[in-house]
Design a protein around this ligand. Structure first.
Ligand code: ANZ
Ligand code: ZN
Length: 876
């Protein structure tokens, strides 16, 4: 037999699939639909190993579901707007559009070498005007429905990049790219009202039982529902700036009110502003706070700082108890009311704070079993369960009882004419700010008119197309700098007006692409209702865990907003979600401390270990830790190189073989070589089987001898186990079963009885069946090799189109069976017999048991009752 030549075989089969259009999905196909989707790529220019892993997994699911008789939708497109295109324009003087489409072309070519079963007819890029036109239309629909609004917000402004930054993009108070000190600016921007669905988005997580628990938990935390109490504290007028009489706080721990030691307000709280106006020291502190980063991680780690305003608040249960009011850097204006009471004994932040400013603490919750008089807090706050102490009328209550008691009392107490306390559910989730001061994004389709205000662009004028003649000579938004683009006439009154020059957050583009894939040909509307409702939800979505929060949450919101505006008929877009692990690789360090790339390194086995040398000159180098593939560590492997030297099938097989798919996979040359050897082994085995299969009768034999039966059992067992592995996305388990089955088929082929031409017809038939099943089983992972093997076995058509055979359940049953044995109604033992043993055989085996003979104690046997497959009863 010749060696299998992937380099010849792979392009050949890709062309055949293409020609026969076998992966084109028809929306009116009557078979049950199955929609499998991998997160679409950003067209950075080249695919990386993470893509290879992601798309291989999706392809295995797609090909398997096709083989199981489904109408599979498996599309691909491009998440094509975003900042890198503008950076390329600045650095390399290529237009963002040209750069993006060139990258798309290059990456598409690379993807096509992977042999993915994609319906390329549905391909689009989010920067196609034929896509973003519909996004603009939906924006206007959302606007009409009150789901898009303008809001003045304080935003992180990068004065060098001249753009707004997300909190995550502010690091140590500086812009992540420019390194410039970030300013807080009040800006008008567009938001989507995701908070309207906060409760619903939270509740529906319960229904997503095919999502990873950790992803649901991340979403839950992001939405951040908390039940608490708003409490209005009266202020001591003698200490308070004119006009201020009360301070309203939000707390989730009203039970700890008697442990209060201070109040704290955000730097931009109106009371802080009033205090700053009177005291330059406070003003300076307030200014300083505003400069700091607003990212949560930063607030959590920064030192807790504050300044006493001199203002005193009165305890709601004791007007003589005066509590100092501080401005503090850890209180956010954007959450709750921007003010808190601090209970240091039971909140770590508050404890750090009082320890710094020597305000003391009083524990008010004592753990069960602890003596309250000896319960002291020094530098670790206690946030566990317990009973109330030092809390007057609350003493002895549980936390829940105390919370309820305080809420009830404060709801009925009044300050001025209004209640002091009010129960309140708070969400951490903010509305989604979508305005970006960037050129390469979807234009927000509104016009600003001095007379009419904000005027939507009329439907007939959509899309608002990005101009291509832009210059990036100045920092900031090239769209805004364009000499003519923004100048227009008001669609309502005809007066001179300007277009909105902000574009949409690119997360908007990716929040509905999965819906567009169902009918990307519809020119008149984003979706075609009967089609989108039939093809959605996505049955299996696969992507990186880095998108587990925002992208998924925004897509879930968008689906609801599309439903509210009549574009879709469901709430949840993704029925199954899977987050894959990363591709990691060991690192190599040269003597000078620089990294060497895997391509520059030779690995040699040495004793039990491995040694690395430079290919160039053989100098030994250090094998460093295994890390995520990254350019900076130079430990990336280029998919093109791997596919070029081993073939796509080998790469695909190795990607899936070693690790559970949600864990990191270690890419290694040795591993790839092992996969490559397996490819050759399968090829030889199938050719051998094809020889034997020639002797097989066309019709299925009536009976199978033990050897043939063993082959058939292994084949159907594998069919069952491989399928159930794929259904659970436990690809590595499926691959192990394929290997196991290939081993047993290999053994059968090697037995003397299998040698042609004297092979028994039943065995030849079973071997042919087994070989066909083996090819079908590895086809989802190694489709090109499978086609070649399919042809070698003389099977009709393409394996990519073939249905998997029905699993014959009888073949899955074990050969023997163990039955409990009773004597006169009492269990005395067990008997193991052949599954197909007849009653006399079973009776004989039972009566031969020592335990039965002892139980009978010499009495004669009157009757033996065999309940088939269940139990044996001996009556003595
Ligand atoms: C008193 C107290 C005592 C609190 C105690 C906690 C523990 P979640 O669960 O996240 O909603 N808080 C309220 N508004 C805040 C703001 N704008 N910036 C910073 N912290 C704020 O957290 C609610 C708790 O976070 C509230 O309950 C409040 O502190 C604080 F032993 O009130 B607590
Ligand atoms: Zn107007």
């Amino acid at each position: 037999n010749e060696r299998y030549n992937a380099r010849e075989s792979e392009p050949k089969w890709q062309a055949k699939w293409d020609e026969a259009k076998i992966f084109a999905t028809r929306n009116d196909d009557p078979r049950p639909k199955y929609y499998v989707l991998e997160m679409f790529p950003y067209p950075s220019g080249r695919i990386h190993m993470g893509h290879v892993r992601n798309y291989t997994m999706g392809d295995v699911v797609a090909r398997t579901m096709r083989a199981r008789g489904h109408n599979v939708l498996h599309p691909m497109g491009w998440d094509a707007f975003g900042l890198p295109a503008e950076n390329a324009a600045i650095e390399r003087k290529v237009a963002p559009k040209a750069w993006t489409y060139a990258n798309i072309a290059a990456m598409k070519k690379q993807l096509q070498t992977m042999g993915l079963s994609l319906d390329w007819a549905r391909e689009f890029a989010t920067c196609d005007p034929t896509y973003y036109k519909h996004q603009q239309k939906m924006f206007l629909d959302f606007l009409k429905a009150g789901l898009a609004e303008r809001e003045t917000r304080k935003l992180n402004w990068d004065p060098v990049d001249m753009t707004v930054l997300a909190n995550e993009q502010v690091i140590d108070g500086r812009g992540w790219r420019s390194g410039a000190v970030v300013e807080q600016r009040e800006m008008n921007q567009w938001v989507f009202k995701i908070t309207r669905y906060a409760q619903e988005l939270l509740d529906a997580l319960e229904t997503l039982d095919r999502w990873p628990d950790k992803v649901r938990l991340m979403q839950r935390n992001w939405i951040g529902r908390s039940e608490g109490l708003l409490v209005r504290f009266a202020l001591d007028s003698a200490t308070t700036p004119a006009g201020e009489t009360e301070l309203k706080i939000f707390t989730t721990r009203p039970d700890t009110l008697f442990g209060a030691k201070f109040m704290a307000i955000a730097a931009d709280h109106p009371l802080a502003q009033a205090a700053a106006a009177k005291d330059p020291k406070i003003a300076a502190f307030v200014e300083d706070c505003k400069k700091r980063g607003t990212a949560q991680a930063e607030i959590d780690t920064a030192e807790k700082l504050g300044i006493d305003t001199g203002i005193r608040a009165l305890h709601p249960f004791d007007p003589n108890w005066r509590i100092p009011v501080y401005v503090a850097n850890f209180v956010l204006m954007e959450y709750g009311t921007g003010a808190i009471f601090g209970c240091p004994a039971h909140d770590q932040r508050d404890l750090d704070f009082v320890n710094k400013y020597q305000l003391g603490n009083t524990p008010v919750v004592c753990p069960e079993g602890q003596d309250p008089s000896s319960f002291v807090i020094t530098d670790e706050a206690y946030d566990g369960d317990g009973r109330l102490i030092n809390s007057r009328f609350l003493d002895g209550m549980s936390i829940a009882e105390a919370k309820e008691d305080v809420a009830k009392r404060l709801e009925t107490a009044t300050l001025g004419n209004a209640p002091v306390g009010e129960r309140k559910v708070n969400f951490r989730l903010r509305d989604w700010g979508i305005s970006r001061q960037r050129y390469w994004g979807c234009p927000i389709p509104v016009i600003h008119c001095e007379v009419c205000g904000v005027v939507p662009v009329p439907d007939k004028d959509l899309p608002v197309v990005l101009p291509e003649d832009v210059s990036f000579d100045k920092p900031g938004n090239a769209l805004d700098h364009h000499p003519t683009w923004k100048h227009t006439a008001c669609p309502q009154c005809g007066a001179k007006a300007t277009r909105e020059t902000d574009t949409m957050d690119t997360f908007v583009d990716s929040s509905w692409y999965f819906a567009r894939f169902t009918d990307p040909w519809n020119e008149n509307a984003p979706t075609t209702p009967d089609v989108v409702n039939r093809m959605l939800p996505v049955d299996q979505y696969i992507g990186g865990v880095e998108h587990a929060i925002l992208h998924l949450l925004y897509s879930r919101f968008f689906t609801r907003a599309m439903k509210a505006t009549g574009h879709i008929g469901l709430d949840e877009p993704f029925r199954g979600m899977f987050t894959q692990g990363m591709v990691v690789h060991e690192t190599y360090r040269k003597a000078d401390g620089m990294f060497a790339s895997p391509a520059e390194v030779a690995i040699v086995a040495e004793g039990d270990g491995r040694r690395a040398t430079l290919l160039d000159d053989g100098t030994p180098i250090e094998i460093g830790p295994i890390e995520k593939m990254s350019k900076s560590k130079r430990n990336t492997v280029d998919p093109d190189d791997i596919i070029g030297s081993y073939g796509a099938d080998t790469a695909r097989w190795f990607m899936l073989s070693d690790s559970p798919p949600d864990r990191d996979v270690i890419w290694s040359e040795e591993g790839v070589k092992g996969a490559s050897r397996f490819v050759q082994r399968l090829w030889r085995m199938i050719n051998d089987a094809a020889e034997i299969a020639k002797a097989a009768p066309a019709a299925r034999p009536d009976a199978f001898g033990p050897e043939a039966l063993a082959v058939r059992k292994a084949a159907h067992g594998a069919l069952d186990k491989v399928l159930s592995g794929i259904e659970r996305l436990a690809f590595n388990v499926s691959l192990a079963h394929i290997r196991e089955f290939s081993n047993s088929l290999g053994e059968a082929l090697a037995r003397p009885g299998a040698a042609s031409p004297d092979v028994a017809p039943d065995l030849a038939w079973a071997i042919r069946e087994g070989a066909v099943i083996l090819v079908q089983l590895f086809h989802p992972m190694m489709p090109h090799l499978a086609e070649e093997c399919w042809a070698a076995l003389g099977q009709p058509g393409l394996v990519s189109e073939a249905l998997w055979p029905q699993i014959e359940r009888d073949l899955l049953l074990e050969d023997s069976i163990t039955l409990p044995v009773q004597v006169n109604g009492k269990k005395r033992g067990e008997v193991t017999v052949a599954r197909d043993a007849n009653n006399p055989e079973i009776e004989a085996a039972v009566l031969a048991l020592d335990a039965v003979r002892q139980a009978l104690d010499g009495k004669p046997v009157r009757k033996v009752i065999v309940v088939p497959q269940r139990i044996v009863n001996v009556v003595g």
